[in-house]
Design a protein. Sequence first.
Length: 101
Amino acid sequence: MSQINHQKINEELLDQVGRLGNVNLNGEAMKAELARSKKLSLKAELAQLIPQNMMLLQQIRNEAPMLLIRHPDVEKCFQAQCECLESLVHSLEQSDTLPTA
């Protein structure tokens, strides 16, 4: 299922907290670190949604299996959401900054 390395994301977030605590940061350096923080935060939030999504699907399987029998597209939708979230996380890992509008 998910190829997201949650431990790596947590380590990146902890590293970023340390970087933001650097009193020598000024102007452009601070802006760059804040932009990096936003990107890491978004990546972490998106990565958290994947297991939450799968847990919700499992809950539906356990508590309302008839729903999935009547609406098989629901399971496909959950799986597609996970794939999309993984794609977004990987895209953020490959870029240096957040995409802008």
